[in-house]
Design a protein around this ligand. Structure first.
Ligand SMILES: Nc1ncnc2c1ncn2[C@@H]1O[C@H](COP(=O)(O)OP(=O)(O)OP(=O)(O)O)[C@@H](O)[C@H]1O
Ligand SMILES: [Mg+2]
Length: 324
C-alpha cells in the first residue's frame, strides 16, 4: 500500500505543522464559468500548484449550498463486503443527498472502488442495507441499477477502443431503448423516432463536453485525457440521476484536470445530477465536493464537509501513518 505516493498528489506536510491541504481556488475551476477562467486563474503558477489548484483556496464547493436540507437519495447502512479472507469493506454507513457532490477518498486499497461496485450492483455485500430513493434495494444486477438512473465511469477506462467516439457514446443509451427487436430491425415507426431521440441526446452531450471535433475518431487513437472525457460522455448519455465517477482525473495533466473539474461541476449544476466521486487529488476533492467520506483499510474513518474532514486527527493520522 503506497500511502506516501498518495500524499504527494495533493496533501503536503509542512516541516513542523499539520498537513496542508491545497484546495483549488473556486475561480480556477470555473465556478459556473468557462475554460478560459480556469486557464487564466492558473496563470503562471508552477505546474504542481496549478494541479492542486491555488494554495489556500479550499473554500469547498458545498459550503455555499444548503445541502443539509436536501433529501437522501442513497443510504448505505452497515455495508460489509469480503472476498474470501479479504475484508474490502467493514460496517460502512453513509448517505448521499440529492444534487450533491459526494467524494470518497482514502489510500490505495481502502475500498473506494469496491464501494462504487456495491452501489451499482457489481458486488453484493454480505451484510448491510442499501436504500435508494427511499426503497430498500434487494440484490440488483448492474443493468437494473442503470435502469434506475445510476451511471458510472471506471478507474481503468472501459470503452470500445476500435469504435468511434460517437458510437461509444451511443452505447450509453442502451438502457433507454424502449422499442422491441422487430421494430428496431425493420427501422419502423416508433423505433425510428426513438433512434432519432437517442441521436439528439448524444449530440447534446457531445456539445456539452466540447468533443465535436473528435466525434468520428476511433477512441483508441485519442490521448488518455480525452478518452476519460468520452467515458464521462457515455455515462451522461444515459441521463443518470446518480453518477459514479471512479478517479475521473487520474493520469491527466493540469489542463485536462481543470477541464474535467469544470465539466463535473457543470453537470452537477446544470442537470442537478448527484455525483459520487472517487479522487486522489486532494485539491480537487476539497474544492468541488460538498461532503467527503474517508475510507482506510475498508473502514470509515471520516465523514463531513471538506473543512471537517481535513482537520480530523484520525484522517490526518491515516495519511501520515507511513511517515511515522
Ligand atoms: N474482485 C476482487 N477480488 C478480490 N479482492 C478484491 C476484489 N476487488 C477488490 N479487492 C480487494 O479489496 C480491497 C479494496 O480494493 P479497492 O479496489 O476497492 O480499493 P481502492 O480504494 O479503490 O484502491 P485504489 O485507490 O488502489 O483504486 C483491496 O484489498 C483489494 O485487493
Ligand atoms: Mg479504486
Amino acid at each position: 500500500m503506497d500511502r506516501m505516493a498518495w500524499q504527494g498528489q495533493g496533501m503536503t506536510r509542512q516541516a513542523d505543522g499539520p498537513p496542508e491541504w491545497r484546495g483549488a481556488a473556486r475561480g480556477a475551476l470555473g465556478a459556473g464559468g468557462g475554460a478560459a477562467g480556469g486557464a487564466d486563474a492558473a496563470g503562471d503558477a508552477p505546474a504542481a500548484d496549478a494541479a492542486a489548484g491555488l494554495a489556500g483556496g479550499a473554500a469547498g464547493h458545498g459550503e455555499a449550498r444548503p445541502h443539509g436540507a436536501a433529501q437522501v437519495l442513497l443510504d448505505l447502512q452497515h455495508i460489509s463486503l469480503s472476498f474470501g479472507g479479504v475484508k474490502a469493506l467493514t460496517d460502512i454507513s453513509f448517505d448521499v443527498r440529492e444534487h450533491e457532490i459526494r467524494a470518497i477518498i482514502g489510500p490505495n486499497g481502502a475500498g473506494k472502488s469496491s464501494m462504487l461496485n456495491v452501489i451499482n450492483g457489481v458486488y453484493h455485500p454480505q451484510q448491510g442495507r442499501i436504500v435508494f430513493r427511499g426503497e430498500e434495494r434487494r440484490r440488483m444486477h448492474p443493468t437494473a441499477a442503470a435502469r434506475q438512473g445510476i451511471a458510472r465511469t471506471f478507474q481503468n477506462i472501459a470503452l470500445f477502443k476500435g469504435m468511434t467516439v460517437l458510437d461509444n457514446i451511443m452505447t450509453g443509451r442502451n438502457t433507454r431503448v424502449r422499442s422491441g427487436l422487430l421494430a428496431n430491425a425493420l427501422w419502423w415507426g416508433p423505433a425510428r423516432r426513438e433512434e432519432m431521440e437517442h441521436r439528439r441526446k448524444v449530440e447534446e452531450v457531445i456539445d456539452f463536453l466540447e468533443i465535436q471535433a473528435i466525434r468520428k475518431t476511433p477512441v483508441g487513437r485519442l490521448p488518455y485525457g480525452l478518452q476519460k472525457r468520452v467515458e464521462l460522455a457515455r455515462a451522461l448519455a444515459a441521463e443518470p440521476s446518480l453518477l459514479l465517477l471512479d478517479e475521473p482525473m487520474a493520469g491527466m495533466n493540469v489542463e485536462e484536470k481543470q477541464d474535467m473539474c469544470r465539466f463535473i461541476l457543470d453537470v452537477n449544476r446544470q442537470f442537478g445530477t448527484t455525483i459520487v466521486l472517487i479522487e486522489h487529488d486532494m485539491g480537487v476533492v476539497m474544492d468541488i465536493s460538498d461532503r467527503v467520506v474517508v475510507l482506510d483499510y475498508g473502514k470509515k474513518i471520516g465523514d463531513g464537509t471538506p473543512g471537517e474532514v481535513k482537520s480530523s486527527p484520525e484522517v490526518i493520522r491515516a495519511y501520515l501513518g507511513a511517515a511515522h
